[in-house]
Write a protein that binds this ligand. Sequence first.
Ligand code: SAM
Length: 200
Amino acid sequence: MRSPFDSALVTNSCVLELANGERIELPAKRWAADPCLGDELMLARCSGPTLDIGCGPGRLTSELTARGISSLGIDVSRTAVRLTRLRGGSALRRDVFGRVPGEGRWQHALLADGNIGIGGDPVTLLRRVRELLAPDGRVVIEVEPGHTLRRGHVRVGDSTWFPWAWLGIGALEEIADEASLRVVWAGAHDSRHFTELAAS
Ligand SMILES: C[S@@+](CC[C@H](N)C(=O)[O-])C[C@H]1O[C@@H](n2cnc3c(N)ncnc32)[C@H](O)[C@@H]1O
């Protein structure tokens, strides 16, 4: 099965189309580039084994590996896995909701670049991430600047429709609480917002 993001990962251009005709451009060029200053905020939170969920072309996975931090990228896209390996990172083709190696043992998980939207329901995703983490593990999430949780169906190019979500920083605490997580850190760079959650 192809991932809706496959062609975006090759062309470095990704527009999410919503059912109401709205189009939201995602920063696909950043995914393919070297880590930038905003990324550094997330990378600096990772000191032990890290699972990069929805790793795309693997800029974060490969950078952590280069720093001597054990890391694994998982992605449903074959293209993402291939590109991550080409960059020197370890990656497996896995659905975050399916079987993932090291379940219950990861020290850190990353949901970068809007990946909190995976599956279309951040509470369900965060509960799943909690299962993947060690009891004292933490998840670093990139969130949107706004105050709301938005959910909907989107497509990329001619892909089938799939559920996605956008989580605003202002809605984070309530969502974290529902997933039995609490905010332990927050940071920002330019218009990008990051936060870290631990079990409550
Ligand atoms: C918005 S892109 C993020 C790009 C990535 N963080 C990067 O640095 O390049 C979303 C990624 O999540 C992957 N993805 C979507 N659903 C997934 C799932 N259920 N499990 C694992 N990966 C998934 C997509 O294939 C895509 O590569």
